[in-house]
Design a protein around this ligand. Structure first.
Ligand code: IDC
Length: 455
């Protein structure tokens, strides 16, 4: 079923779209991807090739696909993380589908400065192969940072992407990220000038998804939305560090999320230094928001460096770690998956039962000494409906903090949800998902205690 966007965002998005200027970029239609002869073999053939619609990443069936990944730290500094044990954990414990390989271009030991190019390439290839063997997407991240402007190392970048796209571009699991974080005085026009030279090189060999960084450390996605690049299968990156970037950046994201495809190709739950305090409340607010729009996200970073963003405790043996070695960031990532699993189990259960209404607890957190809970509702119509009402009964008094794709009213222990005009009509056996709300209570809510009636 088509994704339904909260009404308030549709209105906002539409108003915003109306004032946007058109794009002034040359029209370079992607060329047909050619098969590379030395393509690596490929357990990853089962992976669906990802592409973009106007504003989402989708799989080959056209369903929204959520990239869930972990980024390596700098490949030159922490290459030991690339081993089968790590990938087992990434895939089976964290249930991730993507690994991002961060190739710093300019820092100490960078690919374009004083780094050992050959060794860095070998490490990158090791990462690519592990992704392929484990059927995971692999983001090749040209990690500009202190070099601020991607045009600074244009010729190296051209050479690099020519080589990598030629060798690996026909594998469906490869995703190209052509500039991590443009920053300093780098403008969106600079990024476009760069992208307009790199993308055609990649497109000689591959039509795969390409991620493009945005100015201001990949936070100015509004600029990309005003003048998107003129190629297919391009998404723009938004980066956040939850303890530093909060409501302002979330508002910026919400304003453009329906205009361009966005991927959070790097985020941390600590501050922007990659260290400092962990802010789970802000991190959870981000994840709830990204979930609403099926936006992919990749956590920084898989290493044992002594900094808050690393998922392993300092000193952990990266060749042979276990879940006992997780830092606070690592534990948080693991918990994401547990909550996700719980949802999936409930959704599977819901699919098997014939209950017309399913109530799923998606997430919960504490705020101002109260409990906030995000709830998702599914309705399956047992007959054609032209309007619907769902009564929810809780075991305690409840208030509404937010809601989407429904009208909602609370009174004591009850909440009544009613249809919006765009989702009132349901055909027999049709399932309506994406109805959601956030409620505030004194105590934790057990979703099995919520009684739901469809009227
Ligand atoms: C940081 C690392 C840190 C390293 C530094 C190098 O966590 O150990 O010394 O880079 O300059 C980014 C960058 C990413 C940063 C990260 C945290 O993409 O390279 O990693 N960050 O500062 N953007 C925002 C935050």
């Amino acid at each position: 079923m088509k994704k339904i966007i909260p009404f308030k965002f549709i209105v906002f998005g539409f108003a915003f779209a109306c004032i946007l200027a058109g794009c002034a970029h040359q029209n370079n239609a992607p060329t047909q991807a050619t098969k590379s002869s030395d393509q690596v073999v490929k357990k990853e053939e089962g992976l669906s090739r990802l592409s973009t619609t106007k504003n989402r990443i989708v799989d080959e069936s056209g369903n929204p696909y959520i990239i869930k990944g972990i980024s390596t730290h700098g490949l030159g500094w922490f290459p030991e993380i690339l081993n089968q044990n790590s990938f087992d954990h990434f895939k089976n414990d964290f249930k991730l589908n993507t690994v991002r390989l961060a190739l710093y271009t300019a820092e100490n030991g960078g690919y374009c400065t004083d780094g050992n190019k050959k060794q860095l390439e070998q490490t990158l290839e090791k990462g690519i192969k592990l992704c392929q063997e484990n059927e995971m997407y692999c983001v090749i991240d040209w990690h500009i940072l202190s070099d601020q402007n991607p045009l600074d190392h244009l010729s190296e970048s051209k050479e690099f992407f020519e080589k990598i796209a030629k060798q690996y571009g026909s594998s469906p699991n490869i995703i190209f990220e052509i500039c991590n974080e443009p920053n300093g005085n780098t403008t969106w026009q600079d990024v476009c000038d760069y992208a307009n030279q790199i993308i055609p090189i990649i497109r000689k060999y591959s039509n795969n998804l390409i991620l493009v960084g945005t100015p201001n450390w990949s936070q100015d996605i509004d600029q990309a939305a005003q003048a998107p690049l003129d190629y297919e299968n391009i998404a723009y990156t938004l980066h956040f560090y939850a303890a530093t970037h909060k409501e302002d950046l979330r508002a910026k994201y919400k304003a453009v999320v329906d205009q361009i495809p966005i991927v959070v190709s790097e985020f941390g739950i600590c501050d922007a230094s990659g260290n400092g305090t962990i802010d789970e409340e802000s991190a959870n607010a981000w994840i709830r928001l990204l979930d609403q729009y099926d936006t992919g996200r990749i956590l920084w970073n898989a290493s044992n460096k002594e900094e808050a963003s690393s998922i392993l405790k300092p000193g952990t043996d990266m060749a042979n770690w276990t879940l006992d070695d997780l830092s606070a960031s690592g534990k948080w990532l693991l918990l994401q998956n547990k909550e996700h699993n719980q949802d999936q189990k409930q959704e599977e259960k819901a699919d098997k039962t014939n209950d017309p209404v399913t109530v799923l607890k998606v997430n919960e957190w504490e705020k101002d000494e109260k409990q906030e809970t995000q709830i998702s509702i599914q309705i399956t119509a047992s007959q054609d409906l032209s309007t619907w009402t769902v009564d929810l009964e809780f075991d305690q008094p409840v208030q509404i903090t937010d809601h989407w794709n429904c009208n909602a009213q609370a009174s004591k222990n009850q909440i009544q949800l009613t249809s919006m005009d765009y989702n009132a009509n349901l055909k027999k056996d049709q399932t309506l998902k994406d109805i959601g709300l956030i409620v505030k209570t004194n105590r934790k809510i057990d979703s099995s205690q919520i009684k739901a009636h469809l009227k």
